[in-house]
Design a protein around this ligand. Structure first.
Ligand SMILES: [Zn+2]
Length: 124
């Protein structure tokens, strides 16, 4: 049980203000019953999970922008940049489709060559 879960906190808040808690029977003191409580509890978990995912994505995107910024500051080295961000070939192909105008022909060749070399290194 996650005590930070909103569904759980709501029950505790209700119990504190409920006259029947510990005395008479009140369904709301038990989150409207086990099934309803479980549903609410799980819905809150899903919401939290989504929030965490969004934060992670934002951090990743900010981090990669920082990496780009510092690389640019030091003197731009394209291959160092893509290797430090751990770019995979499949990701590169997706970026290429979306942002092809961002790269010059030379840069594209350089990056393609980088992945070719990487594949060679993996093979014994
Ligand atoms: Zn109650």
């Amino acid at each position: 049980m996650d005590t930070q879960n909103k569904a759980y906190k709501d029950i505790l808040a209700h119990r504190r203000s409920c006259d029947k808690w510990g005395k008479g029977f009140c369904l709301a003191c038990f989150g409207g019953g086990l099934t309803r409580f479980t549903e609410k509890y799980e819905e809150e978990e899903r919401k939290e999970f989504k929030k965490e995912c969004n934060i992670k994505l934002q951090i990743e995107s900010a981090t990669s922008q920082f990496i780009g910024f510092f690389h640019g500051k030091k003197g731009f080295d394209l291959l160092e940049l893509i290797s430090s961000m751990g770019l995979e070939e499949t990701e590169w192909k997706i970026i290429m489709k979306k942002e092809v105008n961002m790269f010059s022909t030379n840069e594209i060749e350089e990056i393609e060559e980088y992945f070719k070399q990487k594949i060679k290194e993996k093979k014994p």
